[in-house]
Design a protein around this ligand. Sequence first.
Ligand SMILES: NC(=O)c1ccc[n+]([C@@H]2O[C@H](COP(=O)([O-])OP(=O)(O)OC[C@H]3O[C@@H](n4cnc5c(N)ncnc54)[C@H](OP(=O)(O)O)[C@@H]3O)[C@@H](O)[C@H]2O)c1
Length: 337
Amino acid sequence: MKAALVDPIGLDNLKIIDLPDPEPGDHEVLVRLKYASLNYRDILTVNGGYGRMQKQENLIPLSDGAGEVIAVGPKVEDWKVGDRVMSCFFPDWQAGPMRSEVVRTNLGGMNDGVAVEKRVFRADALVAVPDSVELRDAATLPCAAATAWNAVIEQGKAGPGQRVLIQGTGGVSLFALQFAVAAGAEVYCTVSNEEKAKLVRTLGAAHTVNYREDEDWGKSIMKLSGGRGIDHVVEIGGAATLKQSMLSLALEGRISMIGVVTGPKAEINVPIIAMSGTTIQGVSAGSRHSLQRLVHAISYHKIKPVIDEKRFTLDSLKEALQYLDKRMHTGKVVIEI
Ligand SMILES: NC(=O)c1ccc[n+]([C@@H]2O[C@H](COP(=O)([O-])OP(=O)(O)OC[C@H]3O[C@@H](n4cnc5c(N)ncnc54)[C@H](OP(=O)(O)O)[C@@H]3O)[C@@H](O)[C@H]2O)c1
């Protein structure tokens, strides 16, 4: 079977190799992966960006995949051949709050991922894909959607009467937008051009500000909100966006700290946070139970993940990662396996 392998670490060293078909152990399931999706984090991992927190050689990348069960171990009761399944970002995080021991179980970083035709999973490290959700769509959920779901719904508790700010049109942001709209919140979105403004309005955003034309967008959003400010910012930018996010925020507002697309270090003004009663909370994907709740919501609300129109395969994974890195995409980049 085919697999993508990065060795030594570095995107230039990504190659497609042949590996023997794996076999499931007693409590394991063999899955024929059909689709995988890319996350910004995959650009970091294929280049060794997580240092000691990831494999630095012989890495099979990517965390998010979906496919069909093709064999089950003798002691597996929950799955049968033909079941449609998706991976979990942290296979050991079943439920409840995050614990340090689950962090090291992430796929496509500390452990081999899903850029492979067939892969063995522990039976409790998969989530069922309902008939109403296409496998291609399911492959976009384990990291970006799970993170957005936790930020906006499970931790952020967004709902009617709240103003939520989303940054740009990447994977996490568009899921956050769709969840906030489904929850009844009023959504503001920073965008890089008019085409993207149209897209987010189609998805239910009420207000847009072009962050390229308006460097002081934090103040503009505060003005647009009638001076009340944003209740909940889904922060994916980091270095270049946090200050503007703070300027847009309501008293007692919340910032979900998720990403670093503009850099990892930002200055914070402690007295302003203290006097404004701001909550800053880190968000990191989510548990298996949380992913199950998210899948139910996607199915019930008929939420269709936004997938970039450019098509890639396992053979063109390197080009797909370059495409993501150059920010040529909108929403999720998916590869067919
Ligand atoms: N904590 C976690 O568990 C977790 C989970 C998932 C992701 N993340 C992090 O979250 C971030 C986003 O991940 P992703 O997979 O959604 O990335 P992505 O699909 O590559 O999206 C990144 C998007 O950021 C937007 N952007 C760039 N500069 C911006 C700016 N100055 N202001 C507003 N938007 C800007 C661009 O959208 P436009 O082209 O529309 O401007 C770009 O498409 C990454 O840093 C990733 O590592 C963290």
